[in-house]
Design a protein around this ligand. Sequence first.
Ligand code: I3P
Length: 132
Amino acid sequence: QASPPEEKTKTLDKAGVLHRTKTADKGKRLRKKHWSASWTVLEGGVLTFFKDSKTSAAGGLRQPSKFSTPEYTVELRGATLSWAPKDKSSRKNVLELRSRDGSEYLIQHDSEAIISTWHKAIAQGIQELSAE
Ligand code: I3P
């Protein structure tokens, strides 16, 4: 099946492996945190967490959905991003992303440099969508 035309003009903003966990689903707080390392792609105003870092990274940067399954997709329009307060996690370098529909994700990387580039890219994505 051919991709819709808008798929082809999307620009890939960023991709890499991050630790993430979902903490709320449409306003409902989830009881348990399950951190996992996942292939993560920021593209066209959407942040996609793939199921498993090994299998999805093998699919390559472009069109990873052909090779692996997205686990969560977060529409950045109307989302907010901030550094997570200390009580949200014992980990360092944790970002908290809240989608407009009330789902929440923690995003983490041990490298401050790497998490900072994600912070910048996601914040920029959110800002660009709000400016439209
Ligand atoms: C949780 C697990 C998480 C941890 C969480 C624990 O235990 O260790 O990694 O979150 O802390 O409850 P379990 O595996 O038994 O579910 P962080 O790594 O983000 O600190 P929390 O209870 O303070 O959220």
